[in-house]
Design a protein around this ligand. Structure first.
Ligand code: URA
Length: 202
């Protein structure tokens, strides 16, 4: 009979298990796994795509440029980040080396799917009342279907477990907006989406 992995009972155990995970090829090249962090029983969980370069080096989610933008947006939306739990759909950084630079590469659907059980472990441990999907990878993993994010952003969608998921853009998308005026407008729209999740906090 195939050996069954032990059930994950704590975030510390999850960190260890994801560090050793080779269920897809990404983990072999990353510095370390990066799991979610925040309030242990946060009512609101935010889920991004995967750790970036800084997150991979520091071992914490959303600490690089996209994380700083997310922090500003949460503050503007009246959501204290320390009351939330912030995580990612994929637990290792996938990149392509260009010279010395490590350039972010999106995980394939197969890689994201292989990581889903770790995200479900986090949801089971934290027991959030609701979640925010930051971008298409997170939305797909949380809702189990491809989500056209620009059409469905700002709306709540139910998961099979009954929890509601607010879909919005990934903060990196805002960093890529070239002109300042459009960037400000995109930031305001992102904050307006996030503001809808404020009611989940008590
Ligand atoms: N982008 C993500 O999706 N997650 C991080 O932790 C950082 C950047």
């Amino acid at each position: 009979m195939p050996e069954r992995a032990p059930a994950i009972r704590s975030l510390a155990q999850l960190k260890g298990a994801t560090m050793a995970c080779r269920e897809c090829p990404i983990g072999e090249f990353a510095t370390q796994s990066v799991i979610g962090e925040g309030a242990a029983h946060a009512r609101l969980m935010l889920v991004g795509e995967q750790p970036g370069d800084q997150e991979d080096l520091q071992g914490h989610p959303f600490v690089g440029p996209a994380g700083k933008l997310l922090a500003r947006a949460l503050e503007a939306a009246g959501i204290p980040r320390e009351e939330t739990f912030v995580s990612n759909a994929v637990k290792h950084f996938k990149f392509e080396l260009r010279g010395k630079r490590r350039i972010h590469k999106s995980p394939t659907q197969r890689e994201a799917a292989a990581c889903l059980h770790w995200l479900e472990d986090e949801i089971r441990l934290v027991q959030p009342a609701a979640l925010v999907a930051l971008g298409a990878t997170a939305a797909r993993q949380l809702l189990g279907r491809a989500v056209p994010v620009t059409a469905e952003r700002g709306h709540w969608h139910p998961r099979p477990d009954g929890r509601e998921v607010l879909v919005t853009l990934h903060p990196s998308a805002l960093l890529r907006v070239a002109d300042a005026e459009s960037r400000h407008a995109a930031f305001d729209a992102f904050v307006a989406d996030l503001r809808q999740a404020r009611r989940v906090l008590r």
